[in-house]
Design a protein around this ligand. Structure first.
Ligand code: NAD
Ligand code: DAU
Length: 356
């Protein structure tokens, strides 16, 4: 078998951060991405003349394409990032989430199962299928509940979360039924370079710089557990190389913050690094109608991955968020490329008539 890793969704936010780091470790990275609105090859511009990065424009649901790629490249590891990933979009239009996150996932697993079953015994033993999932499958925590552990029951509340829960169940079933050597990771909210500005942190940064309102849903006291994207990528690599087959690993930053606190922190850093002519960016904050079914609190108990694999986040929220703000300020060209017609029409769909 080649020293090849197949990454799906490697032109998206987390996938491209992962590919950029993986390339540095040697071996071939085969990157399969449909290039939806969230996929962006300019994230990988630094790999343009890198022979060890092979990009394929395609869908994880395309079984013929998958069959050809698997038989041509013989990957030892597959890391599946490909998904529709934005909760608000899943509320407006759930169909794509069912199509990619459930039907596409099934097609991918079917082709991988056939490929794996035909490998010789050593290659079969070495093979890994790592599915990247989310803490949202566990539902919402009350204020005094302990953080989500791997034992928490699945209680997905949005079409996005339900579609990811389905994909996790399929992965589990393919391990249990066919013996496919799978690993699943359930991670909390990521932030960092190359995040599409539909998600809270980059959206607030961009709106702040453009003098637009900074929309906080509801009362702003919903809590998320924030993890710097490169810490997530490191965790995935640890699970990929040393995780126990068939297991799931929760990944989180031990960084619970209310949305209001996150937005205040962003305003304060911008006030310091790129001050407005008058007053603070906080003046742009606007509380808007809440997201339907908005989960109150997520928090991850990341003790299993720490105890078994020795992984711990390297960035605190304070260090990671500063790096992130600086990255966006230094990469306004990337931002301008991303903020195209399609982006504008999403902003109109999600935020028109949302003002309280
Ligand atoms: P993203 O939306 O930025 O990127 C998704 C990528 O998948 C894009 O490049 C897109 O083009 C590609 N894609 C979509 N449908 C595809 C298909 N049918 N075939 C091939 N490629 C397809 O998402 P992200 O934030 O980078 O998240 C990556 C994965 O991590 C997702 O599975 C998501 O559920 C999971 N996750 C994300 C977070 C987070 O905070 N962003 C946290 C935990 C888990
Ligand atoms: O928890 C992991 C999940 O984190 C991932 O699985 C998802 O792919 C990822 O999108 C993210 O989901 P969230 O819904 O938590 O992320 P988002 O950035 O959309 O929102 C973060 C919080 O901020 C959430 O409580 C909603 C709120 N919010 C979001 C937006 C876009 C606002 O208050 N205003 C906004 O404009």
């Amino acid at each position: 078998m080649n020293d090849c890793i197949l990454v799906t969704g490697g032109a998206g936010f987390i996938g491209s951060n992962f590919v950029l780091e993986q390339i540095a470790t040697g071996g071939l990275v085969l990157n399969l991405d449909k290039l939806t609105y969230a996929g962006n090859l300019s994230n990988l511009a630094s790999l343009q003349s890198e022979a060890r990065h092979v990009f394929v424009h395609g869908d994880i649901g395309d079984r013929g394409l998958l069959r050809n790629l698997l038989s041509k490249y013989h990957p030892r590891v597959i890391v599946n990032f490909a998904a529709e990933s934005h909760v608000d979009r899943s509320i407006h239009a759930p169909g794509e989430f069912i199509q990619t996150n459930i039907v596409g996932m099934f097609n991918l697993l079917e082709e991988v199962r056939v490929y794996w079953q035909e490998l010789d015994q050593d290659s079969k033993t070495d093979f890994r299928f790592l599915h990247v999932s989310t803490d949202e499958v566990y539902g919402s925590l009350g204020p005094a509940d302990p953080p989500f552990s791997e034992q928490n029951p699945y209680q997905p509340n949005s079409p996005y979360a339900a579609s990811k829960a389905s994909s996790d169940h399929l992965v589990r079933a393919y391990h249990h039924t066919y013996g496919l050597p799978t690993l699943t990771t359930n991670c909390s909210n990521n932030y960092g370079p190359y995040q599409y500005p539909e998600k809270l942190i980059p959206l607030v940064l961009l709106n702040a710089l453009e003098g637009k309102p900074l929309p906080i849903y509801g009362d702003g006291s919903n809590i998320r557990d924030w993890l710097y994207v490169r810490d997530h990528c490191t965790a995935i690599r640890e699970v990929m190389s040393r995780g126990r087959v068939g297991e799931t690993y929760n990944i989180g930053g031990w960084n619970e913050k209310t949305n209001k606190d996150v937005v205040h922190t962003l305003c304060d850093i911008l006030d310091e690094l790129k001050p407005r002519e008058q007053g603070s960016y906080r003046q742009q904050i606007q509380f808007v109608t809440d997201r339907p079914g908005h989960d109150r609190r997520y928090a991850i108990d990341a003790r299993k991955i720490e105890q078994e694999l020795g992984w711990k986040p390297q960035e605190s929220f304070e260090t990671g968020i500063r790096k992130t703000v600086s990255w966006y300020l230094d990469n306004l060209d990337w931002v301008q490329d991303v903020v195209s017609g399609a982006y504008k029409s999403w902003i109109a769909t999600n935020y028109t008539r949302r003002e309280l």
